[in-house]
Design a protein around this ligand. Structure first.
Ligand code: TRP
Length: 332
């Protein structure tokens, strides 16, 4: 049997995920889990680079695991685990720190953004974020890393670090390739359709969170910014609001944009927005129900986490062992 290629990705268990995150990340992973050896982590070590409430962090960690499963990631096929359960992440990060330059980290776009947003807490971890992410990926010898556009620079750095280590010592790490997911990137803010829908938008009415209930979803779509015409037509330049709603409708109903345009021809925006809200709620409700059911089954989740932490650690420690040997750490 041909060995499967390795795929690695992770999500931070912090902010509420939006439907854009779902379409851009987890939904795409579903299609990959059969063809690759997949590791999907919950990046709680990355999460603490900005201040977290400990009780919330704990709860959101489990809730993200339940979401992975509720969305359809198969616990038999993918290794779903919590980053902090595998000490090798921190250990490799330390080694990689010694071949990463302060200058290159201080120039990273996300570091500059986050330092500006959290000026009171520009901690070393924030600056080290990309190195920890490189350690995540390189430990598993990942061939592919599915991520959003916003992670492109982080992935480039991971490749640079891998290459540098391989050159200074000897070939050790695989150079991972990014799989940049396109769908979902197209989902924009409901209140400001010129911006991408974001989990940290100023106005929470512009984002649909995966945790939003049906009434909330319908209320947000009802308030979505459109235009002064009354025609449901796809034209992102002239009609960014309506076009965004059409994209969302199409992604959640499985109908094409053209079909959707025909369906709402001659009907008002009110009816259209309601239909979009209902289509989204219909998809999210069963996922939320399953997520709640899983969260209540802590024994099952804990058992799964324990097995997967061991499986992940086994793989990670092989790489770490090689690294320690090459850099001259005395081994017994
Ligand atoms: N930084 C990523 C994000 O915020 C999350 C992440 C952490 C990640 N480690 C990773 C993604 C390793 C891919 C691979 O989206």
């Amino acid at each position: 049997m041909e060995e499967k290629k390795i795929l690695y990705s992770a999500i931070q268990p912090t902010n509420n995920l939006t439907i854009g995150n779902y379409l851009g990340a987890i939904k795409n992973w579903l299609g990959l889990q059969n063809d690759y050896e997949c590791y999907f982590a919950i990046a709680n070590m990355h999460a603490i680079t900005v201040r977290q409430n400990p009780a919330e962090l704990r709860q959101k960690t489990l809730s993200l695991l339940a979401l992975y499963l509720a969305c359809g990631l198969d616990a038999e096929k993918c290794c779903l685990y919590i980053q902090s359960h595998v000490p090798a992440h921190a250990e490799l990060c330390w080694v990689l720190n010694t071949i990463t330059y302060v200058g290159e980290m201080s120039r990273m776009t996300q570091f500059k953004d986050k330092s500006a947003r959290h000026a009171e807490n520009v901690n070393m971890g924030l600056m080290d974020y990309p190195v920890l992410m490189a350690a995540d990926i390189l430990l598993y010898q990942a061939d592919y890393v599915p991520v959003g556009e916003d992670q492109r620079q982080h992935l480039e750095i991971a490749r640079d670090i891998a290459r540098r280590f391989n050159t200074v010592y000897s070939p050790t790490f695989k150079e991972p390739e990014g799989l940049f997911m396109k769908v979902g990137a197209k989902i924009n803010d409901l209140q400001d359709p010129s911006k991408k829908m974001s989990k940290s938008a100023e106005n929470p009415n512009g984002s649909i969170f995966l945790s939003d209930g049906k009434d909330e979803i319908i209320r947000k779509f009802r308030r979505a910014v459109t235009d002064s015409e009354a025609e449901v037509r796809y034209d992102p330049e002239a009609k960014p609001g309506v076009s965004n709603l059409l994209s969302i409708y199409s992604l959640f109903s499985g109908k094409s944009i053209e079909e959707a345009e025909r369906e709402f021809a001659g009907r008002g925006y009110g009816e259209f927005k309601l239909a979009v809200g209902e289509a989204v709620a219909a998809k999210l409700e069963p996922v939320q129900r399953e997520q709640q059911r899983l969260i209540a089954d802590k024994d099952y989740l804990n058992g799964l986490l324990k097995r997967n932490a061991e499986r992940a650690a086994f793989k990670a420690e092989r790489t770490l062992g090689k690294v320690y040997k090459k850099i001259g750490f005395y081994q017994i």
